[in-house]
Write a protein that binds this ligand. Sequence first.
Ligand code: UDP
Length: 407
Amino acid sequence: MRIDLISEHASPLAALGGVDAGGQNVHVAELATGLARRGHEVVVHTRRDSADLPTSVRAAAGVTVEHVPAGPPRAVPKDELLPYMAEFGDHLSSRWALERPDVVHAHFWMSGVAARRGLDGLDVPVLQTFHALGRVKRRHQGAADPSPLQRERIESTIARGSDLVVATCSDEVAELEQMGVDRDRTAVVPCGIDLTKFVPAGPVAPRGDRPRILSIGRIVARKGVDTVIAALAEVAEAELVVAGGPDRSDWDTDPEIVRLCEAAERAGVRDRVRFLGQVGHDEAPALYRSADVVVSAPWYEPFGTVPLEAMACGVAPVVTAVGGHLDTVVDGRTGLLVPPKDSRALAERLRELVNRPEWRRELGRAGVDHVRRRYGWDRLVGRTESVYRRVLAHSGFSMTASTGGRP
Ligand code: UDP
């Protein structure tokens, strides 16, 4: 098949080049290279966000990345990209008039906008992966959410107009149903992790004698690090290592770091909390291995890679019972689930794990097995390919592209 992936703000080249990149960059890179290994020809369309970028790059065997001229050729925050999606879509339209893809798969809602415009009048099925939903973000972040105001409305239109929405967890399917998307128009394919890097054996980051609780991820309010800090006050002796956040040079002024330090002072645990700042992804496995317990306490989580990485390294995660965590962590078998924003409940579970090393190890072993069986990229790319075939075999798809909406 000729498969075109649209990833308007997240280039797979960032992930393939090993530089700092978010989940969507990694997802699109793994999907593209995995599909190419299965014999498909993959073209990824991403916005040209630097004047130095060539029009087209052969990124790997079977994978071409095309830089689409849409908006200024410089970095633009993703929440400001919507006005350029018409230009992006028009570019796709002229591109596809010459070479018609068999399947188009859009990543993030704005790529869906561009794909729809590009496919107008073409008989090609389009699939959508949102990575995050505006309605969930708005529910939790309220006025602090910087997304364009039209996001929720456009997302609903995109979701209902796609031949299939590929969700990353079952919780997202429930949200999509509330947006008017039939369950049989959705499929769940989770995100994967690199099972060659995230393994229990290997280098271990230095540590002392205190039980170590590790929090790793972006330092933003919704990740709930403040709840973890409050819980630490009730987990005697343990240290909390917090990885992620801005460059150390920006720390004095970063409002979230300042807020967390103040919270640690107030809780009387400042001497037991260590902020590491951003840790390279290659260093993450050693850091996981150095921990007794990994904690991830977001208010909401579209997928959540951290618990999977922890389990793959043989470390039990304690996570909030939200979003993707509900699918990936088997409560009491591979990790523990706690309610969000509940430092008491979190402290209780952390204490149990810290005080019961045998149980911890048992959960750790079960976690390794669980992740290896289900979350390797090869397996997940294979599932995505089956989803494409299912859509292609579905007789109704042709009307979608030609009418620009559901039949
Ligand atoms: N991560 C990292 N270094 C850091 C902080 C985070 O490599 O200092 C990685 C982490 O290992 C994980 C990803 O960033 O792979 C975070 O993914 P997750 O899905 O948990 O959260 P997101 O940032 O996508 O909301």
